[in-house]
Design a protein around this ligand. Sequence first.
Ligand code: G4P
Length: 534
Amino acid sequence: MSLQSETRRRRTFAIISHPDAGKTTLTEKLLLFSGAIQIAGSVKARKASRHATSDWMEIEKQRGISVASSVMQMLYRDHVINLLDTPGHKDFSEDTYRVLTAVDSALMVIDAANGVEAQTRRLIEVCRQRDTPIITFVNKMDREVRDPLDILDEVERELGMACVPMTWPVGQGKTFGGIMNLRTQTMTVFESGSERLPQDFETIPLSNREELLKRFGHEFETAEQSMELAIGASPAWDHEAFLAGKQTPVFFGSGVNNFGVQEVLEALVDLAPSPGPRMSHLAVNKQMVDKQVHPDDPNFSGVVFKVQANMDPSHRDRIAFVRMASGKYTPGMKLKVQRTGKELRPTSVVTFLSQRREAVDEAYAGDIIGFTTHGGVQLGDTITDGASLQFTGLPFFAPELFMTVILKNPLRTKQLQQGLAQLGEEGAIQVFKPQIGGPMLLGAVGQLQFEVVQHRLKTEYDADIRLEGCQYTGARWITADTPAELRQFMDAYPQRMALDAANALAFLCTSPYDVRLAQERFPKIHFHPLREHA
Ligand code: G4P
């Protein structure tokens, strides 16, 4: 198959939701219907076993939240579908944002009783910034839920996106009769239970109205009316508008009952985009110029959007998850980490087929491959087979919470430094080293990040720490047009300057006024609330 056909048949998407909306359940059903797994229950089981096998995830277990994100690949209708899971808890939103930079579309799961919830709203903002196309699945229609028109209205309002219903529910809760499929003009009849495959559900053509009225009576009539209203209120389906993140196709169903899921899988193949071009910087005569990397470009390139360290604590290994942007990967290929110019020497290279890690035979743009290494790779790194380019857009957010690290046993300083360096490179926390010396500072976007890091430092690096509050409430990354200007600024605020894990210079603030005052004093200095890896 040509490189172009390989990239065309790929779909890489993230599944996003507020915790408990049914993301894990839907993921499992998608894998089940694509044939990637045989038995229902294995994703759920994995969710549980992750707790059991991984020590630091004790925290996750205690709080019943999903912290780590993972990758799954499946084959459906001759398409390669890469599904990226995202942590649901808001304290790990940074991880989620980075996962969202690695996908071409997103599947949003909404609990039909709760509508658009806080966490979903934040994720959607990120998708909108990037114009990521979104497919919406309204779940739990087998429960007493809200009126579907109400839900559509809320999605439109909250997300600023026009909803185009693709299926429409007949009844809900005890009277849930099924969904009308607007494309095939049929009604699929709901039955509860989790054993049924999509083809096992009965379908009745909508043209057979008499039969539908006989079986679903008042519910059917009401559904017809509300569907008409919904169609009247929504624009005609426009694939381009969907690809531009301006329209979202909406599906209804019940994940736990395998119902309405097939329609979503079909939409991923039929509607979701294949990998598109990605922006990068390319060094030309020592100058950085913008370059669009096309997925069909034969040269290998990809970006590390996630690093997970100590998957096997006895080996101190780390997996760098690389989203391929172009070319073809084959085993044994010589690859370079652009930041260091060094060759990447992985101990293994894996894909995440059917949730198992398997050695990669070949991979293409859109695929996620995991390089196991003992170091030398960090979040945001660009990997290529030669070209000196650097992908842009992987965000680091200025932390809003800061803690000072106090090591309980000073003899463990080396372990602490190693642990903090690695956890910083992994993006689990941001580490700031004050320029005037003194204890390290940890910066986070969510409180729980501190707890995870404290726990991991102890269990993985044998460094027991205490965290103490400090006066900082924010940070801005600093750049200047000339080294002299930067020097002047640094001399003016020696106590406020710190370096992060990537050696980027930051200004620590104690109040929002700090930045304003500093900016007034030094109008030529640039203060960045977000650092994009570049
Ligand atoms: P999450 O990953 O988004 O956090 O959600 P998850 O799939 O774990 O689902 C959260 C709860 O909602 C689970 O119940 C799950 O069974 C239930 N659920 C998912 N889809 C549906 C649906 O379509 N209808 C109904 N009625 N429930 C649904 P739980 O009690 O927390 O777990 P479990 O004991 O059932 O596994």
